[in-house]
Design a binder for this molecule. Structure first.
Ligand code: PLP
Length: 405
């Protein structure tokens, strides 16, 4: 019997962070092999607890969570998000311009679905967080990639961004602090990108889900503050900074000249209403999360778990014959690169498979982030520091074998 044919839309859609390598890793684990996993930014799996006051807020409001809520999110959650955005200098933000969703993931899709006509182009970073490419394609748009090369500290070149603009371009997407590279964008660079958006009347979409995960004094600049009257959608959530991935709560905030975004806002509201509302229960954690000092700081300062894991990565790369790395300033990842002078014919997918099969370590190959012919691998900062040291011993062993092949 003929099998059921899936949508052709999916032909170019990939999400390797949970792809074939992860499936292979699950098989090996089921066979009894302990795997060290550095593949997914899911703090809860590594003993990072969600702050107790968020859990308690949810428990206290279980009974208030039984009905559908407002399609844009609980009023008290949206008030807290709007206050945070205004405090950060965003213009034109009020509760009508805030949307709470089931994670930033849902809102990435919504923001593009409300924007794109078939064939419209979206400027995306390469490497990207691959949902941005997938959601562009699934909403009939075309990704156009601007490069964030290691040679340039994984920062984009504004001249390249501008050179990619065509009459079909609708938006520029930024991921800052960046997944997968850990780059944190300096203010002058953001100013240049805002100027490009203003010149070409493009919407700015700024994925800032790692906004408070910063190392060694790195400064995060919210794009909405830099953008002023230029329309900008800023994305944030509970998953990373507040270590509550499983709650599935994210938000987006629409800033800039309200006259330019009213139709877009109405389109977002219609799409939000079609799916009724986001998970109501978990939204009770938003106000307590935003109204207390971020507990993540104790983890990113010297002695904190994320800081120490990152230190082990820096030491591991420094001691390696094969790797180099742009030091990550924020987020939960490092994106080391295998040096071309040491292993000229390097295949990141083959390497990641060997690392898994031969040394029981799971990483994500750089090419999973929409970079052609990547020499990178993405590591999360989540495992404990001593495990990280062991990971580098194993990575080095596989690279040695590959260099000898
Ligand atoms: N954006 C980026 C850059 C991410 O890294 C992730 C998750 O890893 C998301 C969005 C999705 O986050 P959420 O858990 O809020 O759906």
């Amino acid at each position: 019997m003929a099998s059921i044919k899936p949508s052709a839309h999916l032909a170019d859609v990939r999400y390797e962070i949970r792809g074939a390598l992860t499936r292979r890793s699950r098989e090996l684990e089921a066979a009894g092999l302990p795997i060290i996993k550095l593949n997914i930014g899911n703090p809860g799996r590594y003993g990072f607890d969600t702050p107790a006051h968020l859990r308690e807020a949810i428990a206290a409001h279980l009974h208030d969570s039984e009905a559908y809520g407002h399609e844009q999110g609980l009023e008290e959650a949206r008030e807290a998000i709007a206050a945070q955005q205004r405090f950060r200098g965003a213009r034109g933000v009020d509760v009508e311009r805030i949307f709470v969703g089931n994670g930033v993931s849902e809102l990435i899709d919504l923001s593009l679905r409300a924007l794109l006509q078939p064939g419209d182009e979206v400027l995306l970073p390469s490497p990207d967080y691959p949902l941005w490419s997938a959601a562009t394609i699934l909403n009939d748009g075309k990704p156009r990639y601007y490069r964030c090369l290691a040679e340039n500290g994984h920062l984009p070149d504004p001249a390249e961004i501008e050179s990619l603009i065509s009459p079909r371009t609708r938006a520029i997407v930024l991921i800052n602090p960046n997944n997968p590279t850990g780059a944190v964008y300096p203010r002058p660079l953001l100013e240049q990108i805002v100027a490009i958006a203003a010149r070409h009347r493009l919407l700015l979409l700024s994925d800032e889900i790692y906004d408070e995960i910063l190392f060694d004094g790195a400064s995060f600049h919210p794009l909405a503050e830099v953008a002023g009257d230029v329309p900008c959608v800023s994305f944030g959530g509970l998953s990373k900074v507040h270590r509550a991935c499983g709650y599935r709560v994210g938000w987006m905030s629409l800033s800039g000249d309200p006259a330019r975004t009213t139709d877009y806002r109405d389109a977002l509201q219609l799409l939000a209403a079609l799916r009724l509302c986001a998970n109501v229960t978990a939204q009770w954690a938003v106000r307590p999360a935003l109204q207390s000092a971020p507990t993540i700081n104790s983890l990113t300062q010297p002695g904190g778990r994320l800081h120490e894991a990152r230190r082990m990565i820096l030491e591991g790369v420094a001691a390696s014959q094969y790797l180099d790395l742009v030091t990550p300033g924020g987020a939960l990842y490092a994106f080391p690169r295998v040096r071309a002078d040491r292993i000229p014919e390097f295949d990141d997918n083959a390497f990641a498979l060997r690392l898994l099969e031969e040394e029981s370590v799971l990483v994500v190959p750089g090419s999973s982030f929409n970079v052609p012919h990547s020499r990178h691998l993405r590591l999360t900062l989540l495992p404990p520091a001593d495990q990280m040291r062991e990971v580098f011993v194993r990575i080095e062993r596989v690279l040695e074998r590959m260099a000898a092949d």
